[in-house]
Ligand binder design. Sequence first.
Ligand SMILES: NC(=O)c1ccc[n+]([C@@H]2O[C@H](COP(=O)([O-])OP(=O)(O)OC[C@H]3O[C@@H](n4cnc5c(N)ncnc54)[C@H](OP(=O)(O)O)[C@@H]3O)[C@@H](O)[C@H]2O)c1
Length: 411
Amino acid sequence: MSEPEPMAARIGLLGRGTVGGAFHDLLGERASAVEAASGRRPQISGVLRRDVGDFDAILADSDLIVELIGGLEPARSHVLAALAAGVPVVTANKQLVARHGDELFEAARGAGVQLRFEAAVAGAVPVIRVVQESLGTIPLERISGIVNGTTNFILSEMSSSGAPYAEVLARAQELGYAEADPSEDVDGADAAAKMAILARLGFHTPVDLDDVTYEGITEIRPDDIAYARELGLSLKLLGVAERHGEAISVRVFPCFLYRGHPLAPVEGPFNAVTVEAPAITEITISGPGAGGVETASAVLSDVVSILAGEAPVHLPGRRLEVLRDLDSAFYLHLEVADQPGVLATIAEVLGRGGISVKSVVQRGSGSDARLVMVTHRAAESAFYGALEEISELDVMRAPPRAIRVVEEEYK
Ligand SMILES: NC(=O)c1ccc[n+]([C@@H]2O[C@H](COP(=O)([O-])OP(=O)(O)OC[C@H]3O[C@@H](n4cnc5c(N)ncnc54)[C@H](OP(=O)(O)O)[C@@H]3O)[C@@H](O)[C@H]2O)c1
């Protein structure tokens, strides 16, 4: 008796650019492995590009839609149409999931079909699966991530070469680590979208992109990195999502990490995410955060999960309050007049704001005199209030520069 033909899985591919092209090739190469893992042999039922293919015809012919167009429209309409038709969707589109998460999850739940998006955060690193499935029932306290490879590459290069931001950005563009228009990456918006997704999954609560406060790396100077290195600190653009009882905070900011922090050694275009909870202490995963074939591998893993019938645990939760004023320690770099009493004046302003100084060094003299200090944790609003006062002092030769310091060392 002959073996029965395996059931085909017809995949409609929306977008065949960097990731879509790599996915198309990977699916061809790995078709037998996908079949062995899921019991269904995948085949591409149609490809949609700007001037190629018809979405409705592709959807009618597909058991699964893979959306790799990017951007909000027409990606959103196509994904919603597929879900409404009862067709599961895999997407790598962080902007779409971060901006329209409520609508998309509701549509998927309503239709009883899966929506998977492993590649939307940290490329090949299986962080969505870890947060949503492996740790899906564990109450998480904090998710910290280096989730933008472009900025991590730029900061690593600034740190190792001492070159200024603009020069390193140009090098990153030459090497293909930064786009021609890098603003979404360098201003922190890309990382904010990814952190909104991680916070939603980790804390089981709706999180909009507007709930995330973010800052980028464009104001970072090489001497800040050099001074901080002497203090054993390395600079990262970090996303931090925290649970505070019945509230959460989700933020992206450049910050210094002590050597003992699990994300401190992550260099170059790599991504890494640390998840913390009492039950697991701390878990860190890292790997390539972008690239065609790397991202396509994450897309393929979602396709296999859907074909194998593995549904992620969706624990819909109520909206939690979002906190924005939290406590932080700061690195503070002050270009000051070289005259007696300057340190005392600045310490007095900080003291009035309830900010105590952990360490201070005086550098240079004359027109190059500066104070570099690290504060203890204090309310950020109080710190920024004090900073404004300091910036107005006569002894200041330039605007003060402040960068957060994450104190956890996990020894
Ligand atoms: N590149 C990465 O390393 C990376 C990493 C993680 C996640 N992602 C995500 O993966 C997704 C795809 O990124 P990508 O880098 O592969 O983009 P890409 O190279 O620009 O490719 C986009 C594809 O979508 C098609 N497309 C664009 N507008 C369309 C429209 N209106 N109708 C139909 N098709 C349209 C393009 O068609 P044409 O072929 O006709 O131009 C192209 O095939 C994005 O959501 C991105 O954020 C990318």
